[in-house]
Ligand binder design. Sequence first.
Ligand SMILES: [Zn+2]
Length: 150
Amino acid sequence: MSVTAEIKFNCPVCKKDLSVQVERMKVIRAERNPVPIVVTHGQPEHALTLFIDKEFRLRATSGSDIVQRVQDAELKRRPFVKRFVPFPKAENVSLGGLDYTQITIVALADGKRSIEELAEILEIPEMRVKIVCEQLVRLGKLDSVRVVME
Ligand SMILES: [Zn+2]
């Protein structure tokens, strides 16, 4: 087996069909499934995020740099604020039948990021994130949504 896996994707920004080599170990060792991988390309240069599952299949594509957005949201996090936080299952869950929004939330819910932060990262309304998280709990794809004060 080669060190990298070739992932084919269609860029949502420039609409081109492209492919990228992804390090297999980076995906295998990642704590969560699917794994967000940021790809930068094109002229003018733009970043997008591929969500790759543990079998190296592309599950969702976002036309923005989700990893940068996660870092920005975490920098802005304030302590002592009551937050609604989705908690992941202890084990990796199957992604079959899930849509784009559900998959990206499963990928990013880590028991620390709040619904408010996920809404900002994924650029979707907070109420929608809340509803999708509740659906994912019912489907057994997330453990729970808890109120966290830290
Ligand atoms: Zn592009």
